[in-house]
Ligand binder design. Structure first.
Ligand SMILES: NC(=O)c1ccc[n+]([C@@H]2O[C@H](COP(=O)([O-])OP(=O)(O)OC[C@H]3O[C@@H](n4cnc5c(N)ncnc54)[C@H](OP(=O)(O)O)[C@@H]3O)[C@@H](O)[C@H]2O)c1
Length: 239
C-alpha cells in the first residue's frame, strides 16, 4: 500500500501492512493496482504512475472518475471501476463492479473485492445510481434510524432501549425480507396492518407527509449529483 504522510504510513505498518510512499515503485512491482485516493488527488497519482501502468490491471474505487478519464490518464492499463460502501469496515460492503467486457482478469478482481463483502456486476451507466443507493445508502438509513430513535424517545421509551430497539428492528426486518425473497416489502407491511389498528394509523401519517416520495427524490438527487461531479472532474482533467 502507498500513502504520503508518515502518520498514515505508520498506521498501515502497525496493522502489519507493507507500506511505502513511492507509487511508481509499488506499481512497477504489482500486477493489480487499486486506486483509492480522493478524486481530486488522482491527477498527482496518475502523473506518478503513468510511465509504469501499461499492461497492469487497475481497479479504481474513486467516485466520480469515469473509465474515459482513467483510460486517458493511464494509457495501456486495463480499467475496472468498483464502488464499495461504508460497510466495508465490517467486511459487509455492497460493492458495484464494472469490468471491461471480455476481461481475463474480471474474476480475479471480483474475488479480491469479495474479501470485503458482496460484489454486484454494474454497467458503467448505472455507476451513478449505485453510488447514490449503495454509497449514500448508509447515510440515508442512518437518517431514518435517527428519526425512529427520536420517535421512540417521544413516546417514552428509555434512551438505552430505544437505540438498540430501532437498530435491531431494521436488522431483523431486513433479514426477514432477505430470507423470504419472494415477499415484497408491501406484502410484509400488509401482514402487520390490522384494519383500524396502530400500523395503519402510523402509515396514514407517513403517506400524508410524503415519506416515499421524499426517499425517491433524495435518491434521484444523489444520482444526479454523482453525474454532475463526474462531469465537473472530467472537465477539470480533460479540459
Ligand atoms: N469512504 C467511503 O465510504 C468510500 C466509498 C466508496 C468509494 N470511496 C472512494 O474511495 C476513495 C478514498 O476515500 P477515503 O474516504 O478512503 O479517503 P481518505 O481517507 O482521504 O484516504 C485517501 C488515502 O489516499 C492516500 N493518498 C492521497 N494522495 C496520495 C498520493 N499522492 N500517493 C499515495 N497515497 C495518497 C492518503 O494518504 P495520506 O493520509 O498519507 O495523505 C490516504 O491514505 C475516494 O475516491 C472515494 O470516492 C470511498
Amino acid at each position: 500500500m502507498t500513502a504520503r504522510s508518515s502518520e498514515t504510513l505508520n498506521r498501515l505498518r502497525s496493522m502489519g501492512l507493507d507500506a511505502a510512499s513511492c507509487n511508481r515503485c509499488a506499481v512497477r512491482e504489482s500486477d493489480y493496482v487499486f486506486l483509492a485516493v480522493k478524486p481530486y488527488q488522482f491527477p498527482a497519482v496518475a502523473r506518478d504512475i503513468r510511465e509504469e501502468i501499461a499492461g497492469k490491471v487497475v481497479v479504481s474505487v474513486m467516485a466520480a472518475i469515469s473509465t474515459r478519464v482513467l483510460h486517458e490518464a493511464l494509457p495501456g492499463a486495463e480499467i475496472h471501476r468498483a464502488m464499495p460502501n461504508l460497510n466495508i469496515r465490517i467486511r459487509e460492503s455492497l460493492t458495484g463492479l464494472y469490468s471491461p467486457p471480455g476481461s481475463k482478469h474480471a474474476e480475479e478482481v471480483r474475488r479480491m473485492l469479495s474479501c470485503f463483502g458482496e460484489v454486484y456486476e454494474v454497467s458503467e451507466e448505472l455507476m451513478d445510481a449505485w453510488t447514490a443507493v449503495a454509497g449514500s445508502g448508509p447515510a440515508i438509513v442512518a437518517e431514518f434510524l435517527d428519526a425512529f430513535f427520536l420517535a421512540s424517545l417521544a413516546v417514552g421509551l428509555p434512551r438505552s432501549t430505544a437505540r438498540s430497539l430501532v437498530t435491531k428492528l431494521l436488522e431483523t426486518t431486513a433479514r426477514y425480507l432477505s430470507e423470504h425473497s419472494d415477499l415484497h416489502p408491501a406484502e410484509l407491511r400488509d401482514e402487520v396492518t390490522t384494519p383500524a389498528g396502530t400500523t395503519i394509523a402510523a402509515i396514514g401519517i407517513l403517506e400524508g407527509r410524503g415519506f416515499k416520495s421524499a426517499v425517491i427524490e433524495a435518491v434521484r438527487a444523489a444520482t444526479k449529483r454523482a453525474g454532475e461531479i463526474e462531469r465537473e472532474i472530467e472537465k477539470k482533467l480533460l479540459g
